[in-house]
Design a protein around this ligand. Structure first.
Ligand code: UAG
Ligand code: ATP
Length: 523
């Protein structure tokens, strides 16, 4: 989504912004190595994708893992690009278009600043609350947005499930959009009078410069556990990437979960920097936290608790999402809102009023006599949190249907298998976005983890590679009062096989399996 109003930015201004390390060249002016005078060239928008170029755009030709954006410079020029931003490697193909070319050593590193410049620094003109962490980013962002709405703001939301601009819903393909799209989105939000935005900040975004040129009024940290080790070299580097969000260029204030060991390390790191004030929260009774959730009463559909904060604040609160981890998410949102200037009672009211988050601990009803849940847990920490939470609210048997994605962090597969086999009574291992891999090989790695649980403590493990078959199996075996959780896809609507996405909706398949069973039972 882009603003309707076109920007008019002279390219000469960009050359000044980027300073002496940027070369501006224009073959048509006979200038190959000297800084050219980009003269009358005017930029009216920006994109990193040749397929999305609009006339007047600056096309950012970025080096990628599969291609170099410069490979598509001719296509961008044909679509009306006014100039190209690239690195020395992409220069030849960019210059061949005869458009002005801005060459910098690392275009991703400046892309956020450049995109913010193109759109007139829109993020600086709204309240921005960014949330990072391995788990809880989407949930906290939904809760924060609800709090901002309760405070009377027209809101924006940016995250994995969807983006929202005022009341309008926009599909989302990444958790955190690329910098060019992000600043365009902020500008479009301003045009619609959005005054406050809640957004998710992934570690990919921090590593790939997607949030450059964006300063968060409040940056929130939920937790860190193993994930994305296909992208980050190890847990330490993953943590350090997340920690970037809490440095002065990115955050004005930090809100950090003290119950998480990486959260405590982050508190020390930010405090040592001495530039970003930190406020902490705990839902597990840490007396050192600035804000605490006490007297937590867990229920099958949500929790009630008391919020205790600085200056004698103490008030009743609730969250309509089950599990202790959602009390933690609610605290993250409440404290984030308070640090953003929302009165605490409004923050508490907004969080309590939030509707469920699509595909997160979502109950599915078809008249069955057991509890059926769809949840987006697709990493060891989330599987553990979800199974522990569901165990607390059921006397019956707990079954999980779970797989693990192909072409992504392989080291988490045995950990997911182990967590499922340790914490559930029954596990059905199945397929989940195999991409280019053999689903049985992925399941094999999960089985390795499951086998580490001692026999007497291990859940009954069944393998059914066909996901619909696996869901039906779990449904057919469920007894009254049991819980079946279908993990991994949550709000997603497809199964990724090779480069194709085949329609697959866990909620629909689960509903259908339960209806079929009821029909069979009725005779
Ligand atoms: C690992 C990663 O994040 N990769 C991102 C990266 O892709 P890449 O380096 O492979 O790009 P490439 O395909 O080689 O293309 C190079 C350049 O050519 C451009 N291009 C390519 C083809 C074309 O026809 N025209 C064109 O202009 C591309 O836009 C790109 O700028 O740059 C692309 C756009 O510039 C992103 O779309 C792509 O995200 C892919 C789709 C992705 O799946 N990313 C995931 C892992 C991700 O970012 N996830 C996090 C959330 C993680 C979490 O769950 O916490 C997220 O924030 O979404
Ligand atoms: N605070 C938390 N601690 C542990 N697990 C959580 C927490 N919050 C949510 N989860 C689990 O993680 C799943 C994903 O939650 P959510 O979408 O809010 O997190 P996320 O950080 O946005 O995830 P992702 O990066 O995978 O998009 C939930 O469905 C739930 O199983």
């Amino acid at each position: 989504m882009r603003p309707d109003h076109k920007q008019l930015r002279p390219l000469s201004e960009l050359a000044r912004l980027l300073g002496p390390d940027a070369f501006v060249t224009c073959v048509d002016q006979g200038l190959h190595e000297e800084a050219a005078d980009p003269g009358a060239t005017v930029i009216t928008g920006i994109t990193h994708d040749s397929r999305a170029v609009r006339p007047g755009d600056l096309y950012a030709a970025l080096p990628g893992t599969r291609a170099h954006g410069a490979d598509f410079a001719a296509q961008a020029a044909e679509a009306g690009a006014a100039a190209v931003l690239t690195d020395p490697d992409g220069y030849d193909r960019a210059a061949a278009t005869r458009l002005p070319v801005v060459t910098v050593a690392d275009p991703r590193a400046v892309l956020g600043e450049v995109a913010a410049w193109v759109y007139g620094h829109p993020a600086d003109r709204m309240l921005l609350i960014g949330t990072t962490g391995t788990s809880g980013k989407t949930t906290v962002s939904y809760l924060v947005e609800s709090g901002l709405r309760t405070a009377g703001e027209k809101t924006g939301l940016i995250g994995t499930v969807e983006m929202r601009v005022g009341g309008e819903r926009v599909d989302s393909s990444l958790t955190t959009p690329e910098a060019t799209d992000l600043h365009g989105l902020f500008a479009a939000m301003l045009e619609q009078d959005v005054a406050a935005t809640a957004m998710e900040v992934s570690s990919h975004a921090l590593a790939l410069g997607r949030v450059g040129g964006t300063t968060y009024d409040v940056a929130v940290f939920t937790n860190l556990s193993q994930d994305h080790l296909d992208f980050h070299s190890d847990l330490r580097e993953y943590f350090e990437t997340k920690a970037k969000l809490f440095t002065p260029g990115f955050a004005k204030v930090a809100v950090v979960n003290r119950d998480d060991r990486f959260g405590r390390a982050l508190v020390d790191m930010v405090a040592a920097g001495g530039e970003v004030p930190v406020t902490t929260f705990s839902s597990e009774g840490d007396p050192e936290a600035d804000w605490r959730a006490v007297d937590v009463r867990l229920g099958a559909r949500g929790s009630a608790f008391r919020v205790v904060g600085p200056g004698g604040v103490e008030l009743d609160a609730s969250v309509g999402l089950p599990g202790p981890f959602n009390v933690s998410n609610a605290m993250a949102a409440i404290v984030g809102l308070v640090e953003a200037g929302v009165p605490v009672h409004t923050a508490v009211e907004g969080v309590a009023a939030a509707a469920g988050v699509p595909g997160r601990m979502q109950r599915v009803e078809a008249g069955q006599d057991f509890t059926a849940v769809v949840d987006y847990s697709h990493k060891p920490g989330a599987i553990e949190a979800v199974l522990t939470s569901l165990r607390e609210v059921t006397e019956g048997r707990l079954t999980i249907v779970v797989g693990c994605g192909g072409d992504r962090d392989r080291s988490k597969r045995p950990l997911m298998g182990e967590a499922a086999a340790r914490l559930a009574d029954a596990v059905v291992l199945t397929d989940d976005n195999p991409r280019s891999e053999d689903p049985l090989a992925i399941i094999g790695s999960m089985l390795e983890g499951a086998a580490k649980v001692p026999r007497g403590e291990r859940a009954r493990v069944t393998v059914e590679p066909d996901r619909a078959g696996a869901i039906a199996l779990a449904v057919d075996r469920a007894g009254p009062g049991d819980v079946v959780v279908v993990a991994g896809k949550g709000h997603e609507r497809g199964q990724k096989v090779l480069d194709e996405v085949h329609p697959f909706d866990d909620t629909e398949v689960l509903e259908e399996a339960m209806r079929r069973r009821l029909a069979r039972e009725k005779g």
